[in-house]
Design a protein around this ligand. Structure first.
Ligand code: G4P
Length: 534
């Protein structure tokens, strides 16, 4: 029996049991550890440590991954599916480093909810706040996990207040920590009147659950030392008086976040969080699209590409498009229409990302994430349908904030460089502009580290040493509007005109003053800092 919050559309049970979410956190808060425990309880891995071990094995395969390891960041996102109780969880991993936020933002368009992990000693950190704001733009429901309670942490009320104030969201405690740091023994389950006790001796052991009949149950004193019990009773009483009670509807609307306290490394609080995601997290949601939105319960299949990853396996040069299923029941071998090109595509070898491996996906339901290997037809923002011309909207493309010129170390290899750059542009790893005058390319990124990653990948994946160099330009604007006016503008500004990988016209400049002048002189033109992926 699925016990979900009210007011969700009645979906077929297969769709209704899906929970598609991402974890957002500041680096080091414990996202990897929590993911590992999710997979452990989801039966996707047998032993804690496999995610990391697998990561390391993979990293040794290439120096690019070595770089990822050196930096301690994860640059590539992936999707993982696993079952827990009656639920199917689809966890979409997001890179944590701020230089890769563009990828992260897009990932968040493919999920229905986010789990926000914070470090109990540090509270809301900068990256948490940034990612939270993105979730807020989409009113994504957020469930919070306050991690590392086995270490010295801040006062529970202080943490809750900080979240409420910094993120302007109501916080309701789903559990309440008992003791702190060395004294931390577990949590009082505020929703079910249970005592969850952590086992410090065995990190992988699931907490012992003790049913009690409310806070005046004498059984409490048998398990909680007197000095902790007094504090617990006092705090829970205060919390019940001062903090809002859990309102499932407010959670679904993104106005309230339930918070669980725990210690991912000690496997503590993780199951309660997973149950919470199942119970209070949203089912697959309606997808905004044009000319009409897509509802998950529609019979016909529709999905959209939110990420493209090239060269996942350097030996095979494959590209995988990550597709979020928006509606219907997909079966392997189905012919779908690639809406942008209006061409049919037979999806014969879709993959499902189980934690430890890729596996052929025989079927997928709305809410699932599948990978479609392809040779470049599928781009970020593309929609696949059973024939109808619908286009999913709202997948952002970010204004590049840093521009640099790039040249192949060997001038004879300029064509190869172009191919590599176009591929990364399609993958969404960078913006690539070909100036209409002169040779070479200009690459635009959101964070400086992306240049290094690109140089490293181009060398590794294409055997091409490249040089990035300062560019005379600092800003890029996409040009659209009245055809004759665009032509006039382009002809008068050749030195500043380039084309992106789709062939769209871009105006490159160094001065805001130039942009203001164009806006004034060419009233029928539109200059935009971003271009929606389509
Ligand atoms: P991230 O993906 O958010 O960056 O964090 P990650 O899980 O890698 O965790 C960051 C560090 O915090 C790791 O330590 C991890 O072991 C530790 N950690 C995670 N959860 C808990 C917890 O509940 N309690 C405590 N005390 N520590 C926790 P590390 O030393 O950087 O790595 P490792 O040597 O343990 O692998």
């Amino acid at each position: 029996m699925l016990d979900t919050a009210s007011n969700q559309p009645t979906l077929s049970p297969e769709i209704a049991r899906r929970r598609t979410f991402a974890i957002i956190s500041h680096p080091d808060a414990g996202k990897t550890t929590l993911t590992e425990k999710f997979l452990l309880y989801g039966g996707a891995i047998q032993m804690a440590g496999q995610v990391r071990a697998k990561g390391e094995a993979r990293r040794t395969r290439s120096d690019f991954m070595q770089m990822e390891k050196d930096r301690g960041i994860s640059v590539s996102a992936s999707a993982m599916s696993f079952d827990y109780g009656p639920y199917r969880f689809n966890l979409v991993d997001t890179p944590g480093h701020s230089d890769f936020s563009e990828d992260t933002y897009r990932t968040l368009t493919a999920v229905d909810a986010a789990v926000m992990v914070i470090d109990g000693a540090k509270g809301v950190e900068s990256q948490t706040q940034k990612l939270f704001e993105v979730c807020r733009l989409r009113d994504l429901p957020i469930l919070t996990f306050c991690n590392k309670m086995d270490r010295e942490s801040r006062d529970t009320f202080e943490i809750i207040d900080e979240i409420q104030e910094m993120l302007a969201i109501d916080v309701t405690p789903a559990s309440w920590p008992i003791g702190v740091g060395r004294d931390f023994i577990g949590c009082y389950d505020m929703l079910r009147d249970r005592l969850e006790l952590m086992d410090r001796a065995d990190r992988n052991k699931v907490a012992e659950s003790i049913e009690i009949k409310g806070l005046d149950d004498p059984k409490l004193a048998e398990h909680v030392p007197a000095h902790l019990l007094d504090k617990l009773l006092e705090e829970v009483e205060m919390a019940r008086e001062l903090l809002p009670v859990l309102d499932p509807q407010a959670v679904l609307e993104g106005h309230m976040t339930p918070i669980w306290f725990g210690s991912a490394i000690n496997s503590f609080g993780v199951k309660e969080l997973m149950e919470g995601i199942g119970q209070y997290g949203p089912q697959p949601q309606v997808q905004s699209a044009e000319p009409r939105q897509i509802s998950p319960d529609e019979k016909k299949v529709a999905g959209f590409v939110f990420k493209v990853q090239a060269n996942m396996d350097p030996k095979h040069r494959d590209r995988v498009a990550f597709v979020r299923m928006a509606s219907g029941h997909f079966k392997r071998g189905m012919k779908l229409t690639h809406v942008r090109s209006k061409k049919p595509m037979a999806i014969t070898n879709p993959v499902l990302f189980l934690a430890s491996d890729r596996e052929l996906a025989d079927e997928a339901w709305a809410g699932d994430i599948i990978g479609i290997p392809n040779h470049g037809q599928l781009r970020i923002g593309d929609t696949l349908t059973e024939g109808e011309a619908i286009r999913v909207t709202g997948i952002p493309s970010f204004a590049p904030e840093l521009l640099q010129g790039v040249r192949a170390g060997d001038p004879m290899k300029a064509k190869h460089l172009e191919k590599a750059l176009m591929q990364f542009a399609e993958e969404g790893a960078a913006k690539v502009f070909k100036p209409s005058i002169g040779s070479g390319f200009i690459v635009g990124v959101v964070g400086a580290l992306q240049f290094e990653v690109l140089a490293s990948r181009i060398e590794l994946e294409y055997g091409l040493p490249v040089r990035f160099e300062a560019s005379q330009f600092t800003s890029a604007r996409w040009v659209s509007g009245d055809k004759a006016e665009v032509e006039k503008f382009v002809n008068a500004n050749k030195q500043h005109i380039a084309h992106d990988h789709d062939g769209d016209i871009v105006y490159l400049t160094r001065l805001q003053w130039d942009i203001d002048r164009v806006v004034r002189d060419y009233p029928k033109l539109t200059l935009t800092a971003t271009k929606e992926m389509m």
